[in-house]
Design a protein around this ligand. Structure first.
Ligand SMILES: C[S@@+](CC[C@H](N)C(=O)[O-])C[C@H]1O[C@@H](n2cnc3c(N)ncnc32)[C@H](O)[C@@H]1O
Length: 451
């Protein structure tokens, strides 16, 4: 029995290590790699939770863990496989109260053999035991001499992210970067073609989940659901899972029955479907995405929800379509972005996003805005949104667009959006996780002036 328990412990760490390796060595997305690893893995509920926690904690604290390890290793530039085993060990030794240090170390030593490195067992053992001994006296960078390095390490973010967020938000950067989302909840909203708010509340009352009304129209926060995408009411299209920022972008579009709408970067279709419902299934939404396999996701959502006013299409929104000029009542550009608004929920973003990639995205966003704005009718609406917190992708991007396009102006957010969010605006609305209880998200509503 005892032996079986220790084997389960190994299985959970082996699975966590597999995901950490896929993310750091192969560039996999943590959420997808974790889902795949947990599918049919045969682990108990407690072990599955341990896998998720160890994976996310290791990735989230990777910069701190590497710093700590560099102080107890003779040669910090070690083989990447060994490095990942050490990171997993350091995560348990430095961040977990409930795991005995000896168990963490012994299992990591065992994992060296499993990864075909029996010759490194002694090195691994030595480094982790050294870490256990010295963990309370690890040096920190001198905050006076190198404040950026010290702060980046404190929040376990790359230095360029710390600098950028500090430049954008000043002292508030600390709150933004310190925030960690430990809420495993979801935001749900009813399919408006099938259920009104009362009907949805009754549906939720039948579920064992914890639920509370969110401060957005129709929306509820729920937690305690294992795999919501297998729930029968979800599968039969009674409701959707949608984040708060995403719902606000749809409300900002202020769509009406019978309108012609373009959603330029639409996959997997969360916003398209909400807008299609807000239009009561009437009018038409062209839902473009550049990737064929992602357009199929829009089709699947529209089908699940029974929405017939959506036209999913594989289109490159960067290519001009003169035949569509001035034809749309409203255009949504939910642009490809760094995604840094989800940093606390997706810590692998900190490893994936680089200064160069942000530069490329910013140029892409500006080009897309210049192209798709042409489709808006006089008096029509253009909403630009991202799930980023960087001003370069958001407020500054929008201000630059408005300067290049005097035929557009920023307009008020409609009163379907709660006043609290309408009041928070400067140029556009920036939501922040630590403050607003939803992902970091940006949106601005603009209008093409009448000629
Ligand atoms: C932020 S996601 C959109 C999320 C979506 N609006 C939703 O709410 O479900 C950005 C999307 O833009 C797509 N994309 C990137 N470049 C594009 C382009 N040039 N034309 C059309 N779609 C593009 C990506 O494939 C990705 O699906």
């Amino acid at each position: 029995m005892k032996e079986q328990k220790s084997m389960e412990g190994i299985a959970a760490r082996r699975t966590a290590l597999k995901v950490i390796r896929q993310v750091t060595e192969e560039g996999a997305y943590a959420a997808l790699a974790l889902d795949a690893a947990l599918k049919n893995c045969g682990l108990s509920g407690a072990d599955r939770r341990l896998v998720s926690r160890l994976t996310y904690d290791t990735l989230d604290h990777l910069i701190q863990l590497d710093w700590a390890l560099s102080q107890v290793m003779a040669k910090p530039d070690t083989d990447i496989k060994l490095k990942n085993i050490l990171r997993l060990g350091a995560c348990q030794i430095l961040l977990e109260d409930r795991i005995p240090e000896s168990a963490a170390t012994n299992i990591c030593v065992q994992l060296c053999t499993e990864l075909g490195m029996p010759g490194l067992k002694g090195v691994c053992n030595g480094i982790l035991r050294n870490l256990v001994r010295k963990k309370d006296e690890l040096a920190k960078p001198d905050a006076e001499k190198d404040p950026v390095k010290a702060a980046a390490l404190k929040y376990s973010v790359p230095e360029w992210i710390y600098k950028r967020v500090y430049d954008d938000y000043g002292e508030e950067a600390e709150k933004i970067l310190a925030f960690r989302n430990h809420d495993e909840g979801w935001m749900l909203r009813p399919n408006l073609l099938k259920l009104d708010d009362t009907g949805f509340e009754q549906l939720l009352a039948r579920k064992v989940w914890k639920k509370e009304k969110a401060d957005l129209p129709h929306a509820w926060r729920i937690s305690g659901a294992m795999d919501i995408s297998r729930d029968a009411d979800y599968l039969s299209g009674n409701y959707s899972i949608q984040s708060g920022g995403s719902m606000l972008a749809c409300l900002a579009m202020n769509v009406k029955r019978g309108q012609q709408i373009l959603d330029c970067c639409a996959a997997p279709g969360g916003k398209t479907c909400y807008m299609a419902e807000l239009m009561g299934g009437t009018g038409r939404i062209q839902a473009w995405d550049i990737h064929d396999h992602r357009v199929k996701l829009i089709e699947a959502q529209a089908q699940r929800l029974g929405l017939e006013n959506i036209r999913p299409m594989v289109r490159d929104a960067a290519k001009k379509r003169e035949d569509l000029y001035r034809t749309m009542d409203a255009v949504l550009l939910d642009a490809p972005c760094s995604g840094l608004g989800f940093m606390s929920q997706k810590p692998d973003l900190k490893l994936r996003v680089t200064e160069d990639s942000v530069r490329g995205l910013t140029e892409l966003q500006a080009g897309l805005l210049d192209t798709v704005c042409e489709y808006v009718k006089p008096g029509g609406t253009l909403v630009y949104s991202t799930c980023s917190i960087l001003k370069e992708e958001n407020e500054k991007q929008a201000a630059d667009f408005l300067a290049r396009h005097p035929e557009f102006e920023e307009t008020e957010l409609p009163d379907t959006i709660p006043e609290k969010y309408r009041r928070m605006r400067k140029t556009g609305l920036q939501l922040l996780e630590y403050r607003d209880g939803m992902e970091g998200f940006y949106l601005i509503r603009m209008r093409r002036k009448n000629d």
